[in-house]
Design a protein around this ligand. Structure first.
Ligand code: SF4
Length: 299
């Protein structure tokens, strides 16, 4: 049977060819790195133990990780090799294992997590996702994932069509986030302020507010204002491949503050913010030995 791990359900036989996400038979990893650019409860200790997987089911036209998300570039790892890297991140003092865009390698990663637990891995595991997830695949993760760091990128379907070439983003992402909220609850922390379980939702505000942030916040507030929302200003126009003029410029302060004010009005209890220069701080170069300019790629 062909692959249906993500909602694109392109049904390719990945032992014969790659799917829309660029994933074929092999598990490809772009980077294994200690990362401090996540929300504060997720970067305690040495930082977040991030594993960036190559390929992506969504492939947004402005993706800052385009070097690895749009192309199957990276290192081929076996499940046991991936397990060893997870354990190494724990030994280096990371506070979690942060699986960045893992969906298309679900089976291989679940195998690796079982092996890593045999090696002594005990850290919380983060699913760091575009939000475009099938509930049937999220069910596979249920006993292996602790924290769900989910994007809610757009507040309507047409924007997803234009920027991510998918016609049902808003419908699918709302379902997946509602499912996680019901099954995992909101982010909980231990006594040191370290995130240990539950849901955090991210929204990257796009210039011109094309992402429809008010619809996103209204939807989340209807679920619960206890859901921590991370409102991001880090949009970088450089990788954008398209012809929308607003997308060719950075976000401006007024746009960002308008969204923050709306989140405050709605009564969200936890709002993570970014500085307006964040777009320069979080642009990785996966061809460099230190993708984020500090810690080395361990691969
Ligand atoms: S995960 Fe990849 S191969 Fe599988 S359905 Fe989605 S795009 Fe297709």
């Amino acid at each position: 049977m062909g692959c249906t791990l993500c909602p694109r359900a392109c049904k390719v036989n990945r032992s014969e060819k790659s799917g829309y996400c660029s994933a074929g038979e092999d598990l490809l990893v772009g980077s294994v790195v200690i990362h401090r650019g996540e929300e504060p409860p997720l970067v305690q200790g040495a930082g977040s133990g991030a594993i960036f997987f190559s390929g992506c089911p969504l492939k947004c036209s402005y993706c800052q990780n385009m070097q690895i998300s749009h192309h199957a570039t990276g290192h081929t790892l076996s499940a046991s090799e991936l397990a060893s890297y997870m354990k190494r991140l724990q030994d280096l003092g990371c506070s979690n294992i942060n699986l960045v865009t893992p969906t298309h390698y679900t089976y291989e990663i679940l195998d690796a997590l079982d092996r890593a637990h045999d090696l002594g891995l005990s850290l919380p595991v983060i699913i760091n996702s575009s939000g475009y997830e099938a509930v049937s695949t999220l069910e596979l993760w249920k006993d292996h994932a602790d924290i769900y760091l989910m994007d809610l990128k757009y507040g309507d379907n047409p924007t997803g069509s234009i920027l991510s070439n998918v016609g049902d983003y808003w419908d699918v992402a709302r379902q997946s986030i509602a499912y996680i909220f019901e099954s995992a609850g909101v982010l909980r922390m231990d006594q040191e302020g370290r995130g240990v379980a539950g849901l955090v939702v991210r929204h990257l505000v796009l210039p011109g507010m094309l992402s429809n942030p008010f619809a996103v916040l209204d939807f989340l507030s209807d679920l619960s204002v206890e859901i921590p929302v991370s409102i991001m200003s880090q949009y970088n126009p450089d990788p954008y491949r398209g012809d929308i003029n607003d997308m060719k410029r950075p976000l401006v302060k007024d746009e960002y503050e308008t969204v923050l004010e709306r989140a405050l009005e709605l009564g969200f209890s936890t709002i993570f913010k970014q500085d307006m220069d964040a777009c320069r701080m979080y642009v990785p170069d996966f061809k460099a030995t230190d993708p984020f300019g500090d810690e080395p790629n361990l691969l």
